[in-house]
Ligand binder design. Structure first.
Ligand code: ZN
Length: 281
């Protein structure tokens, strides 16, 4: 061993201890320069912290965000006129409806017809959709029996989650989200469907509407497959998303077949929050 390689570790140690002393003394100087924390300072800090916390509108609570209510019993929901929907008895949130009507009129002027094919769906309704797919009573995308194709519950849930939400996690619970005109992406890719889609992409934001389920990939990394028919009224749904982000836990998804895999799949992060940047607060 030559002399240099023998002394090298000691040299390193010496350099390190000098550097450490320097940072320590700099830290002491900084601490002295800062005002010392007093009880008064703590009170001010606590007040500031409270102020920056999200203040949610009064109508928001866990039961609402998870769809545990009857739309016809809510004062802030309204029955959609048949002129705007494919069938009677659909409901949506007041403000979302008012804005939709304006968008509908503007679209009509441009030769575009918009029809609501689904709007508010509560937990019970969503449970029906989910469980029919879970048991195979409804085939996935019209062709696959999930109960036969997927014996493993996690795999079965993920297959259903391509297009359907677990009860309690759907944006349709909020009355802010609507499905327009058709339920296939291909409809919106040519002819009249493409004209409708292009019109919405260019104009919906003027009426507060955004499209949460854009193509999976660069815009969002997790969640449902693309849905060119699903639109969301941001002025209200932003609050709902934020409320869900702060208050919902995966353990809260219970009361339907397959709910036990919600945590493993991380429904909250991957699906509720798996939305386009255009629909994020
Ligand atoms: Zn939808």
């Amino acid at each position: 061993m030559n002399k240099l390689s023998f002394f090298f570790p000691f040299l390193l140690l010496l350099l390190w201890s000098c550097a450490d002393n320097k940072t320590n003394s700099a830290k002491v100087a900084l601490d002295e320069a800062l005002p010392q924390k007093t009880e008064q300072n703590n009170i001010i800090e606590n007040k500031l912290e409270k102020k920056t916390k999200t203040i949610f509108p009064a109508f928001l609570d866990l039961n609402f965000v998870m769809g545990k209510f009857e739309p016809n019993n809510r004062e802030d929901f309204v029955k959609i006129d048949i002129a705007y929907a494919d069938q009677e008895g659909r409901y949506m949130q007041n403000d979302a409806y008012d804005s939709f009507k304006k968008m509908h009129a503007a679209a009509k002027k441009d030769g575009i017809s918009l029809t609501i094919k689904s709007a508010a769906r509560n937990f019970t309704y969503q449970k029906g959709i989910w469980e029919r797919k879970w048991t195979g009573a409804t085939l996935l995308e019209g062709k696959e029996n999930a109960a036969i194709a997927y014996k493993n519950y996690t795999e079965r849930a993920i297959a259903i989650l391509k297009y359907s939400s677990m009860p309690g996690s759907s944006r349709h619970h909020w009355g802010t989200d609507i499905d327009l005109n058709a339920f296939t992406n291909s409809y919106f890719e040519s002819g009249q469907g493409k004209k409708e889609f292009d019109w919405l992409e260019a104009n919906a934001s003027k009426y507060g509407y955004c499209r949460p389920y854009t193509k999976l990939g660069t815009d969002r990394s997790s969640g449902y497959q693309e849905e060119k028919w699903h639109w969301s009224f941001r002025p209200i749904s932003d609050y709902c998303t934020q409320f869900a982000q702060e208050k919902i836990e995966n353990e809260m998804f219970t009361g339907f077949l397959g709910s036990e895999v919600a945590k493993q799949i991380n429904i909250k992060e991957n699906y509720i929050l798996g939305i386009s940047s255009g629909c994020k607060h």
